[in-house]
Design a protein. Structure first.
Length: 269
């Protein structure tokens, strides 16, 4: 039976029509990480309301279409340069025990956007919290200058004794996939309808680097994106005679193996 897992999709910005299409296409599980809502935050309360919405409302919306919905909570990279707001939000996230809530399977997205010290400060704080609490960390590579971001992350990891099995670095391309896999962490590939990665480039990456620890996602949000990217990639892989084991691994199994490490990921296929 063909089933899919989209480990990175911002359903907050999508309609129930999308849930309907995803469900028909065979997507059975999604993880929705915290993202930038499209305009700057003005208070800690907007973070709290957003996290609460993802924890309480989205799983109900998803299950009506037979889709299991899990969440990653964070102060995301684009929001991490505001002071003191970023620190206040992080404190609210920890004090409010959002990471202990049902179906919250990790901390993410965290990482870099512009790649600067302000972002790095919040990134490292959240990474250290993951280490202390033994939580999964979901890391966002910036749209520009990905190799520079990987280089900086490597320096951070080298000093921190982090559990690489509990780290996922997302939005990889041909420029970063080798470095990411060499680190020993899990690697995400985001497939978009235009620009960035398409299924053909994913196939080339899998042919070159294999399917271990790699997972495809749609990263669908407000912008030009497609919540069906995972099944579409699987379809194109079938057309191109890719091995069915590779297809299963990158469109379902690897995401499952990564996220099932969280004790709050309670779904079993
Ligand atoms: Zn995202």
């Amino acid at each position: 039976m063909t089933r899919y897992f989209d480990p990175h999709v911002h359903m907050y910005s999508r309609t129930t029509d999308d849930y309907e299409k995803m469900s028909i296409a065979g997507i059975e599980v999604v993880v929705q990480p915290s993202f930038w809502l499209g305009s700057p935050r003005t208070s800690v309360g907007t973070f709290i309301d957003y996290w609460e919405h993802m924890i309480s409302f989205e799983p109900k919306r998803a299950i009506e279409y037979g889709i299991q919905h899990y969440t990653c909570i964070s102060v995301n990279p684009k929001e991490s340069i505001q002071r003191p707001l970023a620190f206040d939000a992080m404190e609210a996230m920890i004090e409010g025990k959002f990471l202990d809530r049902e179906r919250v399977v990790g901390l993410g997205e965290i990482g870099y956007n512009l790649i600067n010290d302000l972002e790095e400060e919040i990134f490292v704080e959240q990474l250290n919290f993951c280490k202390k609490q033994d939580l999964l960390a979901m890391i966002h590579l910036p749209h520009n200058n990905k190799p520079e971001a990987i280089k900086k992350m490597k320096t951070i990891f080298d000093t921190g004794k982090y559990n690489y099995n509990k780290i996922l670095i997302d939005h990889n391309t041909e420029e970063t996939i080798k470095e990411t896999l060499d680190l020993g962490v899990w690697a995400g590939l985001s497939v978009y309808p235009v620009t960035k990665l398409n299924p053909k480039r994913v196939i080339n990456i899998i042919n070159q680097y294999g399917s271990d620890r790699v997972m495809v996602n749609s990263a669908a949000d407000w912008g030009v994106s497609d919540p069906l990217s995972v099944p579409l990639t699987a379809r194109d892989m079938r057309i191109n005679s890719c091995k069915s084991k590779d297809i299963e691994k990158i469109t379902f199994l690897n995401a499952y193996e990564f996220y099932r490490q969280s004790k709050r990921f309670d779904w079993k296929p």
